[in-house]
Design a protein around this ligand. Structure first.
Ligand SMILES: O=C(O)[C@H](O)[C@@H](O)[C@H](O)[C@H](O)COP(=O)(O)O
Length: 256
């Protein structure tokens, strides 16, 4: 029986060291995945996360053509809209590295009038990527990169929302997101919890109370606390000391 893993917490003295270590971690994950399967499947969320991937720019050892990038959540807005996670990731990262455009999997905004259809179409995009002879009931991402909001939400999984109990779909729509814009799609918990690695990234004193609740009192069941990939999957928290300042949860020294 596979058991859920306990989070590994790595805290860094400042945001720069956090960004640099995160980049090394991602490059190592990429190396292992490409050695095993010839590709690297990643899901990225929005908020402050895309900027924290800056450490990847100009680094050696990244095989961008082997990356297949999906969005852990995306706002249902045009791809060039200021609220689009794709636009943000493009500005912060993809426009600065040699990743082939076709390796970045965006939502099909032409389906925006029916969010359920749009979510189903994005799920099909995942099925196309992951369905092969090894495919299990859920896709196994090599890495999912997440942030955490002040209410403990992650991706577009918000506290108390019915989506928290989704057991079947890979991608779901949400039309009443408490964080604007209201219409979004998100990977569901079963997908997050089947990943090989999930890495949360949080920095700054403004995250300290949330981190304390998520990591020190997981029994409260905030969405971010419920991300516990089944073994051998693993969840990591990359934080700075300011974000970790109120935590009792044990820290693990960062090593590759
Ligand atoms: O697109 C989104 O809204 C996100 O994916 C969301 O889950 C985000 O990651 C958190 O709200 C943290 O956001 P910050 O990093 O900006 O605090």
């Amino acid at each position: 029986m596979h058991q859920p893993s306990s989070p590994i917490l790595c805290s860094f003295p400042n945001p720069d060291e956090l960004v640099e270590s995160l980049a090394q971690f991602i490059i190592q994950a990429q190396k292992e995945s490409i050695e095993k399967k010839g590709k690297f499947t990643v899901a990225i969320s929005g908020g402050s996360l895309p900027k924290q991937l800056n450490g990847l720019i100009g680094k050696r050892g990244i095989k961008w053509d082997k990356w297949q990038v999906f969005y852990a959540d995306e706002r249902i807005v045009p791809l060039d809209h200021e609220d689009s996670n794709h636009r943000l990731c493009t500005e912060e990262l993809f426009s600065k590295v040699p990743i082939p455009q076709q390796n970045i999997h965006t939502i099909d905004y032409s389906l925006a009038s029916d969010p359920e259809d749009l979510a189903d179409a994005y799920e099909k995009e995942l099925i196309h990527e992951f369905a092969n002879k090894d495919s299990a009931r859920f896709p196994v991402f090599d890495l999912i990169l997440l942030g955490v909001g002040p209410d403990g939400h992650t991706a577009s999984l918000f506290p108390g929302h019915e989506l928290l109990s989704e057991e079947d779909r890979w991608v779901a729509e949400i039309v009443d997101s408490p964080k604007p814009p209201p219409q979004r799609i998100t990977l569901t918990f079963p997908v997050l919890n089947h990943a090989s690695r999930v890495a949360f990234v949080a920095s700054g004193a403004g995250k300290a109370d949330t981190l304390k609740e998520v990591l020190d009192t997981p029994e409260v069941g905030l969405p971010a606390s419920r991300v516990r990939p089944l073994s051998p999957g693993q969840v990591y928290w990359f934080v700075d000391d300011a974000a970790a300042s109120k935590l009792e949860y044990p820290k693990t020294p960062f090593k590759l």
